[in-house]
Design a protein around this ligand. Structure first.
Ligand code: UTP
Length: 299
């Protein structure tokens, strides 16, 4: 049974051990989570989001090419000295920020047997507490906070909390889809069932599961016995379905997210993320925005 969980106890788990086949050959020697989104790798945005939500212990699940991620969050004294000598305080600040983000730990997945399998690798580190999972290639715009709301809802209810987003019914086959009931609170629904990557006609709704979860430790026992599902992978969605079906447990609830989200594991979405984030920035926007307008007119 879940205890009352304080923000301090919550750890974040960031699975980043997938093969990233949609980005080959860029991801042949580099995890997709290290692809730059403007001037930071995608995973740094995700770690920053966890830290901004008050979490100071982050476990990254790494696969092959693990060193790139661990090196990124390590300090590089010679680089810092060089920037200091040049008086480049802006860049120095940005470099130091990437090494100064709470406690980051790493565990290997070994073989990429699916998201459920990656989450199970966090068991020893997380122990008997609830924890947050943030997918390393799924960016939530810092201007539209989601994780904080999810942690608050978890604290209020003790339930599993997932993030949902309305998608075009033609796209639901790329996500987990949720069957839901209203709770009476806007943007907060009870999840009664989940299906991984359903055909449009089999989808219970057009509410797609996106890459943020607040999970109870009970999910580990379920994942231990979850058989490979869709795509031959151990699916987190299948374990969530079991939590949702457990009439004696606290259940599964969804926070319906209406903000800006970028799936950087998808090539078109990755490009959109870079364009949108760069165009909104004070340092790059003034140059980019007029160019984008002119470019759009030429299309
Ligand atoms: P994806 O399904 O988007 O990742 O997993 P993928 O398999 O690497 O992508 P493609 O389809 O081959 O391009 C969602 C998240 O779960 C992680 C991924 O790194 C990504 O952050 N993941 C997935 C793991 O950590 N381990 C796995 O076995 C599978």
């Amino acid at each position: 049974m879940l205890g009352f969980v304080t923000q301090q106890q919550i750890k974040a788990v960031i699975p980043a051990a997938g093969l990233g086949t949609r980005f080959l050959p860029a991801t042949k020697a580099m995890p997709k989570e290290m692809l730059p989104v403007v001037d930071k790798p995608a995973i740094q945005y995700v770690v920053e989001e966890a830290v901004d939500a008050g979490i100071d212990d982050v476990l990254v699940i790494i696969g092959r090419n693990k060193n790139a991620i661990a090196n990124h969050f390590d300090s590089v004294p010679e680089l810092e000295v060089k920037l200091m000598e040049k008086g480049d305080t802006g860049r120095l600040e940005r470099v130091v920020k990437s090494t100064d983000m709470g406690d980051i730990h790493y565990v290997r997945q070994g073989e990429p047997k699916g998201l459920g399998h990656a989450v199970l690798r966090a068991r020893t580190h997380v122990g008997d507490s609830s924890f947050a999972v943030l997918l390393g290639d799924d960016l939530i715009d810092a201007r539209d906070p989601l994780l904080t709301t999810m942690l608050d809802k978890h604290r209020e209810t003790g339930a599993t909390i997932i993030a949902l987003m309305e998608v075009d019914p033609d796209s639901i086959h790329m996500y987990g889809a949720a069957a839901v009931e209203e709770t009476g609170t806007d943007g907060f629904v009870k999840v009664t069932g989940l299906v991984e990557k359903p055909a449009r006609e089999d989808a219970p709704s057009n509410l797609a599961v996106i890459g943020r979860y607040v999970l109870p430790p009970a999910v580990f026992d379920i994942l231990e016995r979850t058989e490979p599902g869709k795509g031959g992978e151990i699916q987190l969605t299948d374990a969530l379905q079991e939590l949702a079906a457990d009439a004696d447990g606290p259940g599964v609830y969804g926070v319906v997210f209406g903000g800006r989200r970028y799936d950087t594991g998808d090539r078109a979405d990755y490009i959109k993320a870079i364009v949108q984030l760069a165009a909104d920035r004070d340092d790059l926007g003034p140059e980019l925005r007029p160019w984008l307008k002119e470019f759009a007119e030429r299309l």
